[in-house]
Each structure stands twice: as structure tokens, then as C-alpha cells.
Design a protein around this ligand. Structure first.
Ligand code: 13P
Ligand code: SF4
Length: 331
């Protein structure tokens, strides 16, 4: 028990399961806690709209890592998934990093267990190992370079042309990068369940209904989706493209949470989520991991400063190197 909190229960559940009086104004309480604790709230574009609205910074994976690297806050509240909060902790060993729900994982990170990846890397000792940031610290520690979707091309281009490359864990991003960079890379067989859920047939049908719309897509999507896109980029890249481009309508092939901030940035444009195979209520693709975080869990993790990310120091130091190389190359 710490602060009357059953830490074993938090560990078991992955989040604080405490009742909050219905009269509590969560947004106001979060704002108070932020001030009292000198906290910073970093949120990804795929978070619930109400979480994005209370955040200090909303961004893509690169932007969030850069913010985490430069913050002078004492408490980093990470409204995103586990690998993102873990990256913040790797960069800030002396700060407390909390995540509203520890169960917020990622199918890409899960697809690549360190023990299996280590065997794969050892089978190809002459290869430079580049990993997408959507992986665990154990995988980063086995890597030469980390990248995100917004700097991946630059990172690959920085590797001497005669060096063979392993790229993990996203095979769809990997295939896209092979095409973009002309480099032949060995790919790990991982994928994002959210971006693989887009239906090409429904997308083409929707495009027929809206021939004036441009398709814009995240590179975690499959090749047949990317082939239809007028622009391919990270979440920030997609928003910036819509801001600078002169079209009035877009079909957006990434997780639907992006539409909240994107619509604020382009209030007069029409944004249509790309359709998924499933006939769900939003007719879009949502990340169940990202959506595990709620405003109430955010408030509770700030109040009680748990669940907290902790990392073994030796592992931290090994995973820090490829992240620092990435940040250096992204300046
Ligand atoms: P970016 O925001 O870096 O484009 O990443 C998308 C994503 O799927 C994060 O999990
Ligand atoms: Fe992982 Fe895909 Fe969810 Fe991003 S959207 S956290 S890549 S499962």
C-alpha cells in the first residue's frame, strides 16, 4: 500500500480502478494537478478527443519523443501507448513517467519478442538494424537506429549504400520504405492491426462517391491502400499536408482519432475516415489500445502517480543509444 493505494491491484489490473464522484470536474482537477505537480501531459493524435483537449502537447511519435527529451516537468503523463511512455522514460530516467492504462499496448510491439528478434539479428550479423519506434525497449536495445514514420526515409538514407539492413517490426512500413529508398531490406513480419483493417474495396467505392476527395494515408497501411494515396505520411505529416494542400475533401486512412485535431486545423475542409472491413459504428478504424486511456484514468494516474513506467538501468542505457541517434539525425 502506498498513499492508500493497493499497488498489487494496480499492477494486476494495469490501471487505478477507483470510483470518482460523478460531480468531479475531471478537466479542472487535471489542470489543478498539472500545476501542483509541475506535470506535462503529452498526448498522441489517436487519443480520445477530451484527452487531446486537455493535453499540453499533441503530436506524432517523433514530436512526442522530442517533447519528452526537452521537458523540464517533474511528472510526465503520457496519454498514448506503452512503447511511447517507455521511450519517454528512457530519455528521462530521473523523472516520473505515468501511463493511464498499462494495458495500452501495440500490435506491432507485440509482434516482435526480444528473444526471437535477437536470434534473427544474430543470423544476419553484417546488417544494420533499424527499428520502428513502435517496439519494446528490449528491441530498441538490439537496434543500431530507431525511426518513426516521419523520419524513416531520412534514417535509412543515412546508412552507407553498401550496408545491408534489417527493418522491424512493421512489414508494411518496411515495404513502403524499400520502394521509397530503393534499399533492399530484410523485414520482420509485424503489422498494425488498425491500419491493416482498411478495406480496399470499400475505399475505392467511397472514392467513386467522392471523386473530388484526395486519399491520404499512414505508411503502416497495406501497399494496395498506399497505392491509391495522393500523400503518405505520419500523423503530423497528414495534418500538415491537409493544411497546405488546396483540395477541399480528404479520405483519411489512419486511426480515426486524428480527425479531432485535424478538423480544428482545417475547419472548412471535409474529412472522411477511410472505411474498415468491419461494419462498426464509426465505419472507421480505431485503435483499441489507444482508446484504453480515458479522461478518468488520466486524472487518477496524475493524482496517485501510478501506474508508473520503470526500466532496468542497463536496458535503458542500451535502448537509449539508437533513440539518441534518431533524435540527432532528426534535428
Ligand atoms: P505516428 O503518429 O508517428 O505517425 O505513428 C502512428 C502510430 O500508429 C502510433 O502508434
Ligand atoms: Fe500500435 Fe497500430 Fe495502435 Fe499505433 S494504431 S498503437 S501501431 S496498434
Amino acid at each position: 500500500m502506498i498513499n492508500n493505494i493497493d499497488t498489487a491491484a494496480v499492477e494486476k489490473k494495469g490501471y487505478l480502478d477507483i470510483e470518482v464522484p460523478s460531480t468531479t470536474n475531471l478537466v479542472e482537477e487535471i489542470k489543478k494537478l498539472r500545476k501542483e505537480k509541475n506535470a506535462v501531459i503529452l498526448a498522441h493524435y489517436y487519443q480520445e478527443a477530451e484527452i487531446q483537449d486537455v493535453a499540453d502537447y499533441i503530436g506524432d511519435s517523433l514530436g512526442l519523443s522530442q517533447k519528452a527529451a526537452e521537458t523540464d516537468a517533474d511528472l510526465i503523463v503520457f496519454a498514448g501507448v506503452h512503447f511511447m511512455a517507455e521511450t519517454a522514460k528512457i530519455l528521462n530516467p530521473n523523472k516520473k513517467v505515468v501511463l493511464p492504462d498499462f494495458n495500452a499496448g501495440c500490435s506491432l510491439a507485440e509482434s516482435c519478442p526480444p528473444s526471437e528478434f535477437e536470434k534473427f539479428v544474430k543470423q544476419h550479423p553484417d546488417h544494420v538494424v533499424v527499428t520502428y519506434i513502435n517496439c519494446s525497449a528490449g528491441i530498441k536495445a538490439l537496434s543500431d537506429l530507431v525511426c518513426t514514420s516521419s523520419n524513416a526515409k531520412k534514417i535509412i538514407d543515412s546508412i552507407p549504400a553498401d550496408k545491408p539492413i534489417i527493418f522491424a517490426p512493421d512489414k508494411n512500413l518496411g515495404k513502403y520504405l524499400i520502394k521509397e529508398t530503393g534499399r533492399d531490406m530484410l523485414l520482420w513480419d509485424g503489422s498494425c492491426i488498425v491500419h491493416e483493417a482498411f478495406s480496399i474495396d470499400k475505399l475505392l467505392e467511397l472514392h467513386k462517391e467522392h471523386p473530388d476527395a484526395k486519399i491520404i494515408a499512414h505508411p503502416e497501411s497495406e501497399t494496395h491502400i498506399l497505392k491509391t494515396a495522393a500523400y503518405v505520411g505520419s500523423t503530423s505529416g497528414i495534418i500538415n499536408f491537409a493544411k497546405q494542400d488546396d483540395a477541399q475533401k480528404y479520405i483519411v486512412a489512419t486511426e480515426a482519432g486524428i480527425l479531432h485535431e485535424m478538423q480544428k486545423e482545417v475547419p472548412n475542409k471535409i474529412l472522411i475516415p477511410a472505411p474498415s472491413h468491419e461494419d462498426n459504428t464509426c465505419a472507421c478504424s480505431e485503435c483499441g489500445f489507444m482508446k484504453m486511456n480515458t479522461l478518468q484514468k488520466l486524472y487518477l494516474c496524475m493524482k496517485y502517480e501510478t501506474p508508473e513506467i520503470n526500466i532496468d538501468e542497463e536496458l535503458r542505457l542500451r535502448s537509449l543509444q539508437p533513440i539518441e541517434r534518431m533524435l540527432e539525425l532528426s534535428k
